[in-house]
Design a binder for this molecule. Structure first.
Ligand code: ADP
Length: 645
């Protein structure tokens, strides 16, 4: 290879540029995290090299002790972070530091508001990484040489973090990556030993390799100010590094030795999240299988939680050697928000994703870890309502996928669910099924719910009228997945879920004898009207009947026991499934004056118009869409005109 130095200037990818801008302008209140992020990257690079060296020990060259050095120069205002990890070649450095590969980045950037405070919260969800260097530096140089590549294949990258970066080939003898931060004038305080040590200790104590800094020279004592001492100091010029952190992988340390701050910092290291976790569970399992797990509940959903390809899973170590990120085989999909580490002695060091999928040991770990997470949630729900509510607001919809995915744990999951309900009438989902059951009426055997598109639609649904009258609580469901998830959950505590819009409303023992008698009489009396309506509607409806559902509205629509609900239909249609047409039942409230008026209407045209209006209104009241809104308006206006004549 020729020793020609290829130097180029390249532009940052648009998304990267936006992110850089955001980083610099919104994270000033928490500047010191740049060091955490860079040390975190260096430690990941060491993990990757250690793993690669299992298959090819030559990669370690003559330098097998993995470590991170943090140096500084107060005069030049620089901080240098060097690692002897895996390193990057030219292509990788362009790709890794010039673009953002995460899917969904564009949507994420679109969601930003321009309000720096709000955006800085959002960026926490996105994760910051390398670009955080530009919070404190106005120029960053990166030197890197990939493990296994010759010294001449080193690269130097440099940027001011605005729109482009320079890249050139250089010779780099030592393997790995060195990052030089040229601090902004106003950030020069960071290039100071005491300060840096403090930050390293705070953020990197749990990193499993040493983070080293030069030994600080002790201040000279007054007595030592003679010539001899000075001479000794001059001779002792070879720099000596010492480890600043304890360099023990955090999860290997006993729980009793760790404090909350350490757990929280470790979480930030593995998740690249800004916020503290809500809770964690650290366990060492001994016996047939031996492994340690440290599982965290984040306090906020990542920006791409609904992206099917979003990364998820745990960081997998085997006997403390990093094996892979995002090992998704250890937890079910509905717990994909959990972050953490698993370190196993029962998995082979050269395991692959494919092997993991088939390993029965992994299956047993998965069920044990699932139980751990559910227990952690249950404990949080009991002990810290506020935090649990936070969890629910962020991840409740994901947890609702549980009953379908994990039948074995249905009961446990059910106890974790929160709903909004007519009991509070608030849209906040904060009522558990246990709460509901404890408030059930005498003679009530079912858990009633109504599902729909928006909170106001379900809260004011005509179907709730009789429940309100009788003081029976109904769960109000508005998440997209609700109907689907209830169809899998089916029951709780031996009580079936019942959609109040479905079938003939059978209130069982909640209906008094008097109610029933009244109903029968009504039915008899209404027979001719029901016949007329049936003729008027033709095959638009399945059945026309009287109802006990309503107290204030003239009519409503119901679906039969086996039909798919509107919400589920929409879900399926959105997924591209053609749905068979279903017909609703039209149910009338004979006690309503409009129904009485309808009954007495002799003019057939006017009868048909009024019937059609009532049908459309019933549909609207449920948040449905009219087939022919113009015709509805036309008929209604005709009636209004009649009124004013
Ligand atoms: P993230 O760490 O979230 O992927 P970063 O922006 O921090 O995002 O880093 C981007 C990529 O650059 C990393 O995924 C890694 O591949 C590479 N990288 C960063 N720092 C180093 C380093 N010290 N050694 C090797 N590769 C690195």
């Amino acid at each position: 290879m020729g020793a020609q130095v290829k130097k180029e200037t390249m532009g940052f990818q648009t998304e990267a540029k936006q992110l850089l801008h955001l980083m610099i302008h919104s994270l000033y209140s928490n500047k010191e995290i740049f060091l955490r992020e860079l040390i975190s990257n260096a430690s990941d690079a060491a993990d990757k090299l250690r793993f690669a060296s299992l298959a090819n020990s030559a990669l370690l060259e003559e330098d097998p002790d993995l470590k991170i050095l943090v140096d500084f120069d107060t005069k030049k205002k620089t901080i240098t972070i060097s690692d002897n990890g895996i390193g990057m070649n030219r292509d990788e450095i362009i790709e890794n530091l010039g673009t953002i590969a995460k899917s969904g980045t564009a949507q994420f950037l679109d969601s930003l508001t321009g309000d720096e405070k709000k955006d800085s919260n959002l960026i926490g969800q996105f994760g910051v990484g390398f670009y955080s260097a530009f919070i404190v530096a106005d120029k960053v140089e990166v030197y890197s040489r990939k493990a296994g590549s010759p010294a001449e294949e080193g690269v130097r990258w440099e940027s001011t973090g605005e729109s482009d970066f320079d890249i050139e080939d250089v010779t780099k003898e030592d393997r790995g990556t060195k990052i030089v931060l040229h601090l902004k004038k106003e950030e020069k305080e960071f290039a100071e030993g005491y300060r840096l040590r403090g930050i390293v200790r705070k953020y990197a104590d749990h990193i499993s390799i040493p983070v080293m800094m030069l030994k600080e020279e002790l201040p000279t004592s007054p007595e030592g100010e003679d010539g001899k001492d000075k001479k000794e100091k001059k001779e002792k010029k070879t720099p000596e590094y010492e480890s600043v952190n304890s360099a023990l992988a955090l999860w290997t340390r006993p729980r009793t030795e760790l404090n909350d701050e350490e757990y929280k910092e470790f979480y930030k290291h593995i998740s690249h999240d800004f916020d503290d976790p809500l809770s964690w569970s650290h366990n060492k399992v001994e016996g047939k299988l031996e492994y340690t797990s440290l599982l965290y509940l984040p306090s906020r959903a990542p920006f791409d939680m609904w992206n099917r390809d979003a990364v998820r899973g745990l960081k997998l170590y085997v006997q403390r050697v990093f094996i892979m990120d995002d090992a998704e085989q250890f937890l079910p999909l509905y717990l994909r928000f959990v972050k953490g580490v698993i370190d196993s002695n029962d998995i082979s060091l050269n395991v692959s994703r494919e092997i993991l999928q088939k390993d029965p040991a992994v299956d047993s770990m998965k069920s044990a870890l699932t139980k751990r997470v559910l227990d952690m949630l249950s404990k949080l729900k009991k002990k810290d309502k506020e935090s649990y509510q936070k969890f629910w607001d962020e991840f409740g919809q994901v947890l609702k996928e549980g009953p379908a995915e994990d039948h074995a744990n249905k009961e446990k999951i059910a106890k974790l669910l929160l709903f909004s309900s007519t009991h509070t009438g608030e849209s906040k989902q904060d009522q558990s099924l246990e709460d509901y059951v404890s408030r059930m009426q005498k003679g009530q055997s079912k858990i009633y719910y109504v599902a729909g598109e928006s909170f106001n639609t379900v809260k004011n649904s005509p179907h709730l009228e009789v429940f309100r009258k009788k003081g029976i609580e109904v769960l109000l469901m508005t998440d997209r997945v609700d109907e689907w998830f209830v169809s899998h959950l089916m029951e709780f505590d031996g009580k079936q879920f019942q959609d109040v819009t479905r079938g003939e409303l059978d209130l069982g023992d909640l209906d008094t004898e008097e109610d029933k008698k009244q109903q029968e009489e009504q039915d008899k009396k209404a027979k001719p009207l029901l016949e007329r309506l049936k003729t008027s509607f033709g095959d638009k409806v399945a059945e026309v009947r009287t109802t006990n559902r309503l107290t204030e509205s003239p009519a409503c629509l119901s679906i039969t026991e086996h039909d798919m609900g509107a919400q589920m239909r929409k879900l399926m249609e959105a997924a591209g499934q053609a749905m068979p047409e279903t017909k609703p039942n039209f149910e009338i409230n004979p006690a309503h004056p409009l129904i009485d008026k309808l009954d007495k209407e002799a003019d057939e045209d006017r009868f048909n118009d009024l019937a059609s209006i009532l049908f459309d209104q019933a549909s609207l009241a449920e948040g449905g869409q009219l087939d022919d809104p113009a015709s509805y308006i036309h008929k209604l206006n005709k009636l209004l005109l009649d009124l004013t004549h």
